[in-house]
Design a protein around this ligand. Structure first.
Ligand code: 5GP
Ligand code: ZN
Length: 140
């Protein structure tokens, strides 16, 4: 894909610090890490949205991402990690080539997700919400 910064990284046209590569996925250090070692796992093929990534590639991204999380813990003495994917600009996606963030975490790293917890009006409201989602859920 022309003018995609991550396609250019996969093609070697833009430098990166590579962590892992196979036939389906490519992983490299994020240039602006939440914590040092923060890694991005991307499909080699260009996909803007995670929803169009073929299942085998998506599965590989998750597998590689979680193994990199373990490597970060062991190598850099972290306590855990977050796997994060922003799909759509409203969700915080800035680079429009789907990517899985592997964010190494320390118990005292001072970083907090700004995670709110709304409340459903009641059981009926919750059930109705679920029914709407299920009606539109397509797995092919
Ligand atoms: P998003 O906000 O789209 O989920 O995350 C994009 C991520 O890509 C950001 O964390 C940003 O630091 C990283 N990033 C953007 N441009 C480059 C680049 O040229 N090289 C690397 N290694 N990371 C980049
Ligand atoms: Zn791309």
């Amino acid at each position: 894909m022309e003018n995609c910064i991550f396609c250019k990284i996969v093609a070697g046209e833009i430098p990166c610090v590579k962590i892992y590569e196979d036939d389906l996925v490519f992983a490299f250090l994020d240039i602006g890490p939440i914590n040092f070692g923060h890694t991005l796992v991307i499909p080699k093929e260009h996909h803007q949205s995670s929803s169009t990534i073929p299942e085998a590639t998506a599965g590989r991204m998750f597998h590689v991402g979680s193994r990199i999380g373990v490597a970060l813990r062991r190598a850099l003495d972290y306590d855990g990690f977050n796997l994060h994917l922003a799909d759509g600009s409203c969700a915080g996606q800035v680079v429009m080539h789907a990517h899985l963030h592997v964010v190494p975490r320390g118990c005292e790293d001072g970083f907090r997700w700004n995670w709110r917890q709304l409340e459903y009006a009641g059981t009926a409201d919750r059930t109705e919400t679920a029914e709407k989602i299920i009606a539109k859920l397509k797995l092919d």
